[in-house]
Design a protein around this ligand. Sequence first.
Ligand code: TXA
Ligand code: MG
Length: 342
Amino acid sequence: MADTLATKTIFALRDRGAAIEEAAALLKSGGICVIPTETVYGLAACAFDTAAVNAIFKAKGRPNDNPLIVHISDTDMLACVAKSTPQAEKLMRAFWPGPLSLVLERMPAVPDEVTAGLHTVAVRMPENDIARDIIAEAGPLAAPSANISGRLSPTTAQHAFEDMCGRVPLIIDGGACKTGVESTVVDARGDVPVILRPGGITPEQIERVCGGVAFTGGAGAGTAPPSPGMKYRHYAPAARVCLLYGNKKEVAKNINTMYYNYSESGGKPVVFCAEDCEPLYAGMHTVSLGSGAEAAQAQLFAAMRSADAKGFSHILFHYDEQMGLAVKNRVEKAAGAAKETV
Ligand code: TXA
Ligand code: MG
């Protein structure tokens, strides 16, 4: 790139004050900056600064019909960004700060560049307190995941550096992301919240709070616009990803066959599975994603990046229900199951 930047990293767990001060000053002066959140690292700009928001799209190579999430640090900030609803109030009380983005009617001050011209805006209050302190200083921040468009979301500052080095002046390192997959995006305008993207908060959790929940593509979908970002191929490692699920024995049989076929033809496959499935793949390269959804989410993106670094040609992914919907959705995208791709 002709306009390559020197990229500085500040380790916020050691120099917290400097990290927050430098990030906020940069953002307030119209710059962009990588910040940690509990889900994935974000590439932030002041939400009301059109030029800075445009710089995010440029740095990521992101299609500009894909809107950004606005991050706030307290509920008072919501009023200048979006119009709340009764269901949104319940969801905010239950899950903020945390991995839940609410799609609401936007306020006119929010630029079209942020919302891709939609009448709605997605808003979230991150749980990560370094992120919240930066927002408290700099004001609401628009921030997509800090990866080059189409690649895996970064769950460490190192991942963000791999993609964003030379494209951003500053990365704030806040350690590994706790949740590891992006926020759940929910349209909270109607009586029943509609999940547009599965994520860190589960449908069951939302249903418990709101008394109902729907999915785009499922019941109640006709009333909600889909999340524009879901049509793009995403979360793609260099290795080819094959997603298999269903009867455990059948899946294991198929994966065994595929593993040997790929190995025979010169490939280097690896099996990703839940901890209790690992014995099904004795003698093969395996990566255990632990037990349950939280463990699988936290490890997924880092494990895929690491498979690329080790030169694996195929990831044979044995999906088990315990891994949860967010993992299934991300692996489907990685496998290229999205109907439209870019
Ligand atoms: O956890 C997260 O959500 C992370 C961290 C950085 O906060 N951010 C993130 O942003 O994943 P991004 O831009 O990679 O994904 C945002 C998703 C996209 O699928 C986008 O289409 C959808 O949210 N979205 C944003 N605004 C929307 C709106 N007004 N209506 C429907 N979907 C929207
Ligand atoms: Mg993203």
